[in-house]
Write a protein that binds this ligand. Structure first.
Ligand code: NDP
Length: 677
């Protein structure tokens, strides 16, 4: 199989260099990756001028729908990816993480894009800030798509998930992607890239795929581009030092070496469910993907008194792990990705052995099922024990990227915290405790050194998603040695591909730009009530001003007895004496809301289909019997939903007849679109 690149809408392989890519299981050549010769300036220009423009014409909802379609398309073809992935050493379970995990990430971003983002091409960040006493000058932050390229450089261990978890937020943010897989597993990434290109679901220029070297690509990056890198700290550092990255302040998101810790808390003694969960999780993290996971547990910390019990329990569990040909159902762990990786792992184990000793596993003596030991890159799970972790260095710094973990004892939580943080910044740590106080102490002790903390106990033991599984909804990334970057994390990760700009101007100007009415912007009063307008015909700023209504004591008492809400502040004048908020008996907030609805509603059947909620409700001033209230209802924002209706967000203000604000909120309605003639 010859692996080519997909650039400027074509599959090409102009380079004369060809790299042999070998199976991790048999050592046979499975693909030839062509490399070099691609016009990188042209590739970036195609992404910017064609892909970026196409994506920026789409709204978040349209891009979300595109991701969903792509996820469905790939789901139908995922068996082909499984088949190829066996050659990388991945077992069936590993494939679920890589292939299904990647497709699942697309689905999550599609769903979040639909539910959490507006149906527009920009995002408002925060609310309008008043910047002048007179109300004629205000500010609003806005996020718009960068006009550049997302350059994704991926690691070998997750050829599918790695590509898709970066692709989803970038495309949803409206930024075209140039993706470069790690060569050693590029035949799987290539098959996935072929599917993406052949699906024709993404607009032209939104996706390009480069096999082999990146040549002079970095020379042509600008401030509108983002590099998102996963791999070794050495490569990351080297790329980050490229003069163009510094000169143009190109955003560089790095996810790299991480000495993740799992910490057995003092309360999780042998015999507790938490102790058993700890054993299970450490064994799982050592063996899934043959330990080649950026999030794998590299250091297992246990109270010194329990270290021997822990090692014995883990030995028993790891003895059941069958190593061998990953295609076999009985095999739990395949080889590492290749012979070079095997050598790297063993050389790192040798370095670790200067501070620790192997207590489980022997790289020269272990069973292999269904494969040739001499040709495949097989290793057994290797557990080391470091007796003096306080004075050790390498065990906290050397990432043996294979089925390798070092156990270390600690005395007291403070020491556990110190040891965990000796990783110098990690992607994740898991803590096994059933005590929220211990958990809280860990959060404040190790939180700033970690991108993610997982607390595993008996209550979540069955359903917890795992120490090593980054979830698309949660941040993935970590400080320091882990690269300092952040990926995933729901819609917050779109921020990596968007520019935040502070807009300042008059409320009318801000409303005109953002399409979101704000107080101080002009209100539009028409002959007919705003509820009489179909979705497309309703203008932002269209307003209804109600007549006043006096709130009486009888109203309050009737409401109290009718609803059962006889709270003293509404019923007992004596009890409100000296009250910090209430000058006497006051109307229920819910009574005011109900009266407001009665004041602004236009009751006859019409385009308003349903009221489906309130946002940002605040009761600002209590209303006493005898006071009059009135309401302003203003169309604030509109978001199309489907062919039948759209969502209207109304800004509502209840005031006294003297103009003092009593309550503010946003009302959400579904409004019918104009029936087609
Ligand atoms: P590398 O850092 O060598 O490679 C990562 C990616 O960078 C690959 O796509 C690689 O491409 C690319 N790359 C390498 N050099 C350049 C360059 N000069 N310009 C542009 N791109 C480049 O990591 P490996 O994948 O080989 O893994 C090596 C080690 O890194 C592992 O053993 C492990 O210790 C660590 N690692 C850590 C991970 C983590 O997240 N914690 C994840 C994966 C690896 P190519 O393959 O073509 O060289």
């Amino acid at each position: 199989m010859k692996l080519d690149s997909f650039v400027s809408g074509q599959w090409i392989s102009p380079g004369r260099d060809s790299i042999e890519v070998r199976s991790a299981v048999t050592g046979d050549v499975v693909a030839h990756a062509t490399s070099g010769g691609i016009d990188m300036r042209e590739t970036l220009a195609h992404a910017r001028n064609v892909g970026g423009k196409n994506l920026r014409r789409m709204t978040f909802h349209q891009r979300a729908d595109m991701l969903k379609k792509l996820a469905q398309y790939l789901t139908e073809r995922k068996d082909q990816l499984y088949k190829l992935s066996f050659q990388t050493g991945a077992t069936r379970t590993d494939n679920l993480i890589d292939v299904d995990g990647g497709i699942g990430t697309l689905f999550v971003y599609a769903s979040k894009g639909r539910r959490e983002l507006p149906n527009s091409a920009f995002m408002l960040d925060g609310t309008v800030e008043s910047l002048a006493k007179g109300g004629t000058f205000a500010g609003q932050h806005i996020l718009t798509s960068l006009q550049g390229v997302a350059l994704h450089i991926n690691a070998f261990n997750f050829p599918c998930w790695g590509m898709l978890e970066k692709l989803a937020p970038a495309l949803l943010a409206g930024v075209p992607v140039v993706t470069k897989p790690a060569t050693v597993t590029s035949y799987v990434a290539h098959a996935l890239a072929r599917m993406i290109a052949e699906s024709n679901i993404l607009p032209e220029g939104a996706f390009q795929f480069i096999v082999g070297t990146t040549d002079d690509l970095f020379d042509h990056l600008t401030c509108q581009d983002v590099v998102s890198f996963t791999g070794s700290a050495a490569t990351s550092e080297m790329l980050q030092r490229h003069p163009v990255i510094a000169r143009e302040a190109v955003r560089f998101v790095a996810e790299r070496d991480s000495l993740n810790a799992a910490i057995l808390a003092p309360d999780a003694k042998p015999g507790t469910p938490e102790f058993d969960l700890f054993i299970k999780e450490v064994a799982k993290e050592m063996t899934v993907k043959a330990g080649q996971k950026c999030t794998a547990i590299r250091r297992a910390l246990a109270p010194s008194a329990h270290v021997d019990t822990f090692i014995a329990a883990l030995r028993e569990r790891l003895a059941k792990v069958q190593v061998g040909n990953p295609e076999l159902e009985t095999v739990r762990m395949g080889p590492v990705v290749g012979l070079k990786q095997r050598r790297d792992v063993l050389s790192n184990v040798e370095k670790l052995k200067t501070e620790a000793q192997i207590v489980v596993g022997d790289p020269d003596n272990f069973q292999i099922e269904g494969a040739d030991r001499a040709r495949g890159a097989f290793l057994p799970p290797l557990l080391l024990h470091c007796a003096d972790p306080k004075n050790a260095k390498g065990v906290h710094e050397i990432e043996a990227f294979g089925p390798v973990c070092t156990v270390m004892g600690y005395d007291g939580l403070d020491q556990a915290i110190t040891l965990a943080n000796r990783g110098g910044g990690s992607l994740v740590a898991s803590v096994y405790t059933h005590d929220p106080r211990t958990a809280s102490e860990m959060v404040f002790g190790i939180g700033t050194f970690h991108g993610r903390l997982v607390f595993i106990d008996r209550d979540c033991g069955k359903e917890q998603t795992g120490h090593g599984s980054p979830m698309p909804q949660m941040t993935h990334g970590g400080p320091g040695r882990a690269g300092g970057g952040e990926e995933l994390g729901g819609v917050r990760s779109l921020g990596h591909y968007m520019q935040r700009t502070a807009l300042q101007g008059s409320p009318a100007m801000l409303a005109g730009i953002t399409g979101s009415w704000t107080r101080g912007a002009p209100v539009i009063e028409k002959d007919r009530h705003p509820f009489r307008y179909h979705f497309e015909d309703l203008g932002i700023g269209q307003t209804f001003l109600s007549k006043p209504r006096t709130v009486t004591l009888e109203d309050i008492e009737h409401f109290a007895h009718f609803t059962g809400d006889t709270f003293y502040a509404h019923m007992d004048e004596e009890a409100t004496k000296g009250h910090p908020f209430f000058p006497g008996r006051v109307a229920h907030g819910y009574l005011l809301l109900s009266f407001a609805a009665g004041l602004f509603v236009d009751p006859d059947p019409g385009p308003v289909l349903a009221n489906y909620g309130l946002d940002n409700l605040r009761f600002v001033k209590p209303i006493q019997p005898g006071e009059a209230i009135k309401v302003r209802l203003t169309a604030k924002e509109k978001s199309p939903r489907n062919k039948q209706y759209g969502e209207v967000r109304w800004d509502v203000e209840i005031t006294t007849d003297k103009g003092e604000t009593a309550a503010t909120y946003e009302l959400l309605t579904m409004n019918a679109v104009r029936p087609s003639a």
